[in-house]
Ligand binder design. Structure first.
Ligand SMILES: [Fe+2]
Ligand SMILES: [Fe+2]
Length: 308
């Protein structure tokens, strides 16, 4: 046995938390009420809501299918040389991949029963995968991890893992998915207000609440690993993390295309502000003083906007 399970690290504690919190079942939700509510959405509202849901449906499938190499890469690291226990982290990821599969399962059921389609292709063409940073990138990331495993070079492996965790947990989960939840919140609240109701799409909101709880653990574990990899290889922050963060900021914050939203009173600016705070939280967790340009995200964003 390679590790002492009595010496539990963050990853193991999150795994234990997941055993208690992550036991919900997408099949338990009755979707009849949601179907009735859905019929009350206008065509434009349906299109916008579907666009966001399609991003999640595809995204959940993408994260489910690309996580396995992370476990293999951790296993190829020399555990004694690392400032964290790679085996406890593998145990954590084993749980995460199951949870991602369950999230895919939820969207699959919802598309089938409420939206009455499984076809997200036309929605992809509508643009959500073209806005500069998509979950399609995760397949390349997984390939790069496999190449690093085959190289057998420890530093290359640490760098490849750092890039992979930053893409997956640092950007896709901590930034893209979380701004998507804020968008759902606004669309649903505004629609409920318009209809004089407390809530619409109640089962969707409840189930998404469970997904968000799972994702909070994924993000926390991801940040923790990013900080540990920075401890192992301090240059990883400016060599790997910062260029990826910069790419995200250029494409999704500074260069964000605001689309016309059909929901009366929708506030995209509020979501943009919150995403900057999310990014700052990740950077603070890793250690803001390790970064060159992005120790203060708000300031970096303003400087880039002024330069444009
Ligand atoms: Fe997920
Ligand atoms: Fe996740």
């Amino acid at each position: 046995m390679p590790i002492e399970y009595s010496n539990r690290e963050k990853s193991y504690e999150l795994y234990r938390k997941g055993k208690r919190e992550g036991t919900w079942d997408p099949d338990d939700y009755d979707l009849e009420g949601d179907k009735e509510d859905w019929a009350a959405f206008s065509e434009d509202e349906q299109e916008q809501f579907l666009l966001t849901c399609a991003g999640f449906y595809d995204g959940e499938e993408d994260v489910t299918r690309t996580l396995a190499p992370y476990m293999m890469a951790l296993d190829a690291l020399d555990n004694d040389e690392m400032p964290f226990d790679t085996v406890q982290e593998e145990i954590y990821l084993a749980q995460q991949v199951y949870e991602e599969a369950k999230h895919t399962d939820l969207f699959s059921r919802y598309f089938e029963e409420v939206f009455e389609t499984q076809d997200t292709e036309p929605l992809r063409e509508g643009g959500y995968q073209d806005e500069g940073y998509s979950t399609d990138n995760l397949y390349d990331t997984a390939d790069e991890l496999l190449a690093a495993i085959n190289s057998g070079d420890q530093q290359e492996l640490v760098y490849a893992l750092g890039e992979a965790y930053l893409n997956y947990m640092g950007i896709v989960e901590a930034q893209l998915a979380r701004s998507g939840y804020l968008s759902f919140d606004q669309m649903i609240e505004l629609k409920a207000d318009e209809m004089g109701r407390d809530v619409v799409l109640e089962s969707f909101q409840e189930a998404i609440g469970r997904v968000r709880q799972d994702e909070t653990r994924h993000i926390e574990n991801g940040r923790w690993v990013l900080s540990k990899l920075a401890e192992a290889e301090p240059d990883i922050v400016t060599d790997v993390y910062e260029p990826r963060i910069d790419e995200y900021v250029q494409n999704r914050i500074v260069g964000a295309q605001r689309r016309e939203m059909p929901f009366e009173g929708y506030d995209a600016r509020k979501i943009g502000k919150q995403s900057i705070q999310y990014l700052q939280d990740t950077i603070d967790y890793i250690g803001a003083d390790r970064f060159d340009e992005y120790s203060d995200v708000q300031r970096a964003v303003q400087a880039q906007r002024a330069a444009d």
